[in-house]
Write a protein that binds this ligand. Structure first.
Ligand SMILES: [Zn+2]
Length: 250
């Protein structure tokens, strides 16, 4: 192997040696899908968050901030469609018990899913079934259906449920935005993606509310604003590209 080749293993090892990112609970064998930010990692992460927060809430008069709780009333997630639809198709190996996301070719090929053959051990796979990505827990002393609570799978719903509060308390008028930085949780089938796919992660989100008919205009405005933000902080334009969402998350 060429010594100058950049591999994920080299990046992970460098991040650890320099104190940027450590595997969670490494002395007990490590927790999959969770990473700890070390002394330099947290400084870098805070710098990025602060730059984004300043750009949103201080450089735009019509955007305000919010820090909503991770726990929300479970009806929030019924209304948003997450309880019914926020799921991935999974297949399990009946022999080695490995689990794969049937729609992710980095984990398992279409052919393996169709023929129901485990790519690890050659054993028989279950047919795909949908698996909800929300972490479920209970609040209070009784573990019954009335006490079910979810760890939020996105921060956006905390913004939507406070829309009226913010309009009333801060006299916001459309068009305006609400920005938030916070943790979100998804029960992802984690493979070797380092910090690029984790079960616990931080989101920086701004929801911008406009009158019907103004959406295209503001969408283009924000596309331009975001592009300039990344350029301002030193990301080369040839490293940036637009991603077109064929399918929204839910
Ligand atoms: Zn197997």
């Amino acid at each position: 192997m060429d010594n100058h080749e950049i591999t994920m293993e080299k990046i992970v090892s460098l991040c650890k040696r320099r104190g940027f990112v450590f595997q969670s609970s490494e002395i007990y064998g490590g927790q999959a899908g969770a990473w700890d930010y070390g002394p330099l990692g947290i400084e870098l992460k805070k710098n990025i968050q602060n730059a984004w927060w300043k750009e949103m809430t201080q450089l735009h008069d019509n955007i305000v901030g919010l820090d909503a709780a991770i726990f929300m009333h479970p009806r929030t997630w019924e209304a948003s469609g997450h309880v019914a639809n926020f799921s991935d198709p999974l297949v399990d190996c009946k022999d080695c018990k490995m689990r794969f996301r049937a729609d992710d070719e980095s984990q398992i090929s279409k052919e393996n899913v169709e023929k129901r053959i485990c790519p690890k051990c050659g054993g028989e796979l279950t047919p795909p079934r949908s698996f909800n990505l929300m972490f479920k827990t209970h609040i209070g002393p009784a573990e019954d259906t009335a006490s079910i609570l979810y760890l939020r799978p996105e921060t956006a719903q905390g913004i939507y449920v406070n829309y009226k509060n913010i309009i009333q308390s801060n006299r916001m008028k459309i068009p305006f935005g609400i920005a938030q930085v916070g943790k979100a949780f998804r029960n992802e089938i984690v493979t070797k993606n380092f910090i690029f796919r984790t079960c616990e992660f931080e989101q920086m989100e701004m929801q911008f509310f406009v009158k019907p008919g103004d959406d295209d205009k503001f969408f283009e405005y924000w596309r331009g604003q975001r592009w300039e933000f990344y350029k301002k902080y030193g990301i080369r334009e040839n490293k940036l590209r637009w991603y077109h969402h064929e399918k929204l998350a839910h």
